[in-house]
Write a protein that binds this ligand. Sequence first.
Ligand code: NI
Length: 159
Amino acid sequence: MAIRNIREMGDDVLKKTCKEVREITPRTRELIDDMLDTMYEANGVGLAAPQVGILKRIVVIDVTGEDPYVMINPKILEVSGEQSGHEACLSVPGKTGIVTRPNYVKAVAYNENMESYEIEATELLARAICHELDHLDGHLFVEKVEGELMNAADLEEDE
Ligand code: NI
């Protein structure tokens, strides 16, 4: 198990466009394993490779804690509906804000064996896919926040 350092907002690596993965090498497998370990260690529901400083089109997502998706070269095929809710990011620690996303997403990606698969997602999983894919093109959720970026701690006090 290897935990990698999570890059935070202000780090230029988070603003870059990531490159497509052409083949799975032992280093790619190690990266994916480390990304999963790093995501779980940080109690996140998703992590994109640039967040650990690697400019490759790879994300890991697990909104249930027991069902991880590895998405390599992911592409969104279809979206519909809308959901507005609080979003957060391991690269923007302690902050949260309201972001509107599609409520349904259909995407295609490769798994860790470079087998293509489609995924249909709603609600939190749909939100996570949109959020993580944005990272691959150098975008953070803070660009899409409606109103103020808030301190997550303040929010918890209000509720
Ligand atoms: Ni994020």
